[in-house]
Every structure is written in structure tokens, then in C-alpha cells.
Design a protein around this ligand. Structure first.
Ligand SMILES: Cc1ncc(COP(=O)(O)O)c(C=O)c1O
Length: 452
């Protein structure tokens, strides 16, 4: 992609090769140095880009598990997020703050666009989205021609939900723990077109075998699509995506994976999943600006899926046919690159290990508390950065409001037909002493109940 010399910054590029070993200090310099550089830069010169690449290479060699509990390693990452430390945000699964660099880039590019929108927004910034597409593709492990940039997971997933050719009587199989808006989308198709939407119930928590068995039992010759989460938002349960995608293929079905809570959270390659479609938000675990998402469509399916917003050639094989949303804030798309940059500098494996380690920091003591019940299995194959817990006898909404009013702690109350609780999701910027505060607040409720 060619880039105009007048263009504003759009940092992205090819990923760094695997580097030799490194140490903690080099990583501190890497992230801290990058932050300093970005604060004064309005364009990413080749020299600066080369420096950033070198820095992330230095960080690459560090072992994920060893680094997960090394607090000094995480200092610059914690500093990269200008959050309000007078409160404790444990609802990062809902939506995540962006690192400072992404926020700055967004403002910079917004200013630049506003100087002459028809030129700067449309002619200069718009073509730069191709660099972000390339970046996302490399991170996900797909070809850039299979990646559409969307506004959120909803748009990504509903592009497929409403774009697939299905006829009355065809069955879409999902679970009763999928995200409500995705369920509404399939129900709307069912009401309007006579397809059938079936939801199976999974045990909470469930094992990989139970999940695969439940789907396998429910598939019939009429089943055309399996729709399921990579990570269930209600509990943090990781589903066996590879096995479910293999099952779908072996039974002649398509697989549509809701990865809203997995991309940027778990260290995986899309190519390892074997799915047909994968939709995700980027404003959750990837920490990209609000209103960003991504859709992966396996190359062979692009032609057959109708775009949600009309395109001149709806049966085109060009993935860009899924991006015809009209005039939109291109700076949002371009600043995804800054979030990806930090994600790479941390390293996906180290990020996953850290998120799990932070979750264990509060879940360990609370799992030994007799008055607290877990709806999430804590083994690494079952969950990672977040979990859902209940104090039996106390409504989740009441508990959430107590935590906020007494302790300024934000959690997400969960109410499902089969269970309830509060979902607790920290992020890479969360401090361990903050989690200790949450543990004490929960111990108090578990032992003494809510204040009258
Ligand atoms: C599992 C799941 N799918 C989809 C979505 C929708 O995401 P977005 O708000 O990015 O459209 C969410 C949001 O929380 C979610 O948890």
C-alpha cells in the first residue's frame, strides 16, 4: 500500500521475526521508550518504526509464565493506560480502555481529518485502513483478503447471520449462553424467514467433552450452521473451538464463532481453529478504540455471503464488500494499529499468562471462601482472564451495587436463566493491590452479608 507523505501517522507493518532471548530491563525500555517516542511524534518515520520493531523483538524472548508474576515487567504496561485509579474497574470484559498511545493517535488523526475531511479523511486516511487489515490478518493468522474491519462484534457476526443463504426449515444450532444480540439476530431471521434457531443448554461450567457431545447429539440433517462463543461472556468459559469446527465440517455444517472475548485475550492463531467465520470486538481485550471490530471469512465463502450493507457486486469475492457502511470515522480504524502495537510489545502469550495470573490472584483466595460459589472452572483449558462468582442468597445486582457504593469497585452483574453472579474481569493494567482490595470486600460480604 502506498502512503502519502502528507498523511498522518498510521503505525503498522509486518510482524517481527522471533528474536533471541532478552531480559526484563530491555522490555521496560521497550515499552517505556515507545511511549515517550509516540508522545512527541506526529508521524511514524521509518526510523521510529524500525526502533519499535527492535524493541518488540527484545521483548519477544521472555518466557510467558515467568513474566506473568514479575511486577516490574508490567509497570510500563500499567502506565500505558491513563485510567481513573480512584475506582477499580473490574468490568474490562464489557469494554476496555485504550492505551494512551491509541487515544493520542485517535485525537491526532481526528484533528488531521478535520482540516479538510474530503481530502484527509477520504483520500489519505481511508486507503491506510489496508495497513490495519494486514496487521489484523497477521495477528489472527489469516490472509488480509479474508479480514473485514467492522465497528464491533455485533456487526461482524450479524454480517454472517443475515448474509448466509438459508431456506425455511434449515436449522442453526447454538447455545443458551450465547450473546443476547446474536441470539436476537437468529431469532429475527427465524421469525421472518422460517429458518429454525435451536439453542442447547450447556452445564456451567462445562468440559470440552460435554460441549462437543451436546452439539454432536443436537445436529440433524437439517442443521446448516453451528454458532458458538470462543469464550462465553457470562462466565469466561473457553469452548473447544477446534473440535466444534471439526464437528461442524464433518457433519456438513458451517461454523460461525463469536470471538468477542477471545481475540486479544487468548494466544491463538485463527488458522488453528478451522472455523468458517469468526467475528470479534477489538475494544475489549485488544484495547483498541471503542467502535472497532473484525470479521474473518474463509476465502471460499466470501462470494456466497451477502453483505449487510449493499454493494454494487454483492456476490463479489472481495472482502471489502462487507465494509460498505458509508462515511465513518476512519481515525478509529487507523488507531487500531496502536493497540496492536502494544499487544505485540507485550506478546500474546505473556498477555494471556498475565491475565490468568491476575484472575488467579483474586480467584485463589475467594475459591477458599466457603460463602462464595464459582460458576467458572479455573483450569487453564477452561478459562483465562475473568470469572463469575456468586454469594448464594445475594442478588448479583445488589452485590454489584454494594461493591460500587461502598468500595468504588465496578463489576458486571450476570443474570442467566440457570445461574447468576458477578463477572469479574481485570486487564493488563490492573494492579495486584487493587485486586487485594476486591478480595477483602468480597470476604466481608461472604462472611457478614450485605449491610442492612
Ligand atoms: C460474547 C459476545 N458477543 C458479542 C458481543 C457484542 O460485542 P460488541 O458490543 O462489540 O458488538 C459481546 C459484548 O459483550 C459479547 O460478550
Amino acid at each position: 500500500m502506498s502512503r502519502s507523505p502528507a498523511s498522518d501517522s498510521c503505525s503498522s507493518g509486518s510482524p517481527s521475526p522471533r528474536p533471541p532471548g532478552s531480559n526484563r530491563r530491555s522490555f521496560l525500555r521497550a515499552v517505556g521508550g515507545a511511549a515517550g517516542a509516540m508522545a512527541v511524534s506526529t508521524s511514524l518515520t521509518p526510523r521510529l518504526w524500525a526502533r519499535l520493531r527492535r524493541q518488540s523483538q527484545l521483548a519477544e524472548g521472555l518466557d510467558a509464565k515467568a513474566v506473568a508474576t514479575d511486577e516490574a515487567f508490567w509497570l510500563p504496561v500499567q502506565d500505558a493506560y491513563p485510567v481513573d485509579r480512584s475506582l477499580l474497574n473490574l468490568n474490562n470484559g464489557g469494554v476496555s480502555p485504550s492505551p494512551r498511545q491509541a487515544q493520542q493517535a485517535l485525537r491526532r488523526m481526528q484533528d488531521f481529518a478535520n482540516q479538510c475531511p474530503s481530502r484527509n479523511l477520504w483520500r489519505i486516511q481511508e486507503p491506510q485502513r489496508e495497513t490495519v487489515r494486514q496487521d489484523l490478518a497477521e495477528l489472527f493468522g489469516a490472509n488480509a483478503e479474508e479480514i473485514a474491519i467492522c465497528r464491533n462484534a455485533t456487526e461482524a457476526l450479524e454480517t454472517v447471520t443475515f448474509g448466509l443463504d438459508l431456506k425455511p426449515g434449515d436449522v442453526v444450532l447454538s447455545t443458551n449462553q450465547d450473546y443476547p444480540r446474536m441470539i436476537h439476530a437468529w431469532n429475527q431471521r427465524a421469525q421472518r424467514e422460517g429458518i429454525e434457531f435451536r439453542q442447547i443448554s450447556l452445564p456451567t461450567p462445562s468440559t470440552a467433552e460435554q460441549t462437543v457431545e451436546a452439539f454432536a447429539r443436537a445436529i440433524t440433517p437439517q442443521t446448516k450452521v453451528l454458532h458458538f462463543c470462543h469464550v462465553i461472556n457470562l462466565t469466561g468459559q473457553i469452548l473447544p473451538v477446534r473440535e466444534l469446527c471439526d464437528l461442524a465440517r464433518s457433519r456438513g455444517c458451517l461454523s460461525l464463532v463469536d470471538g468477542a472475548h477471545a481475540f486479544g485475550h487468548l494466544d491463538f492463531r485463527g488458522t488453528d481453529l478451522g472455523c468458517d467465520f469468526y467475528g470479534t470486538s477489538l475494544h475489549k481485550w485488544m484495547s483498541a478504540p471503542f467502535g472497532t471490530g473484525m470479521l474473518y471469512v474463509r476465502k471460499e465463502h466470501i462470494e456466497s455471503v451477502w453483505p449487510l450493507f449493499a454493494h454494487e457486486h454483492p456476490r463479489s469475492e472481495d472482502i471489502r464488500k462487507f465494509e460498505q457502511i458509508g462515511t465513518h470515522p476512519c481515525p478509529l480504524v487507523l488507531s487500531i494499529a496502536e493497540a496492536i502495537k502494544l499487544h505485540r510489545q507485550i506478546g500474546p502469550a505473556r498477555k494471556e499468562a498475565r491475565l490468568r495470573s491476575l484472575r488467579d490472584h483474586w480467584a485463589g483466595p475467594l475459591s477458599r471462601e466457603p460463602g462464595i460459589r464459582f460458576h467458572t472452572a479455573l483450569e487453564s483449558e477452561s478459562s483465562c482472564g475473568f470469572a463469575t462468582i456468586e454469594v448464594p442468597g445475594i442478588e448479583a445486582a445488589d452485590l454489584a451495587s454494594h461493591l460500587w457504593q461502598k468500595h468504588r469497585i465496578v463489576v458486571s452483574p450476570i443474570r442467566h436463566e440457570e445461574f447468576q453472579g458477578i463477572r469479574v474481569s481485570s486487564h493488563v493494567y490492573t494492579l495486584r493491590p487493587e485486586l487485594d482490595r476486591f478480595v477483602r470486600a468480597m470476604q466481608e460480604v461472604a462472611r457478614e452479608g450485605l449491610p442492612a
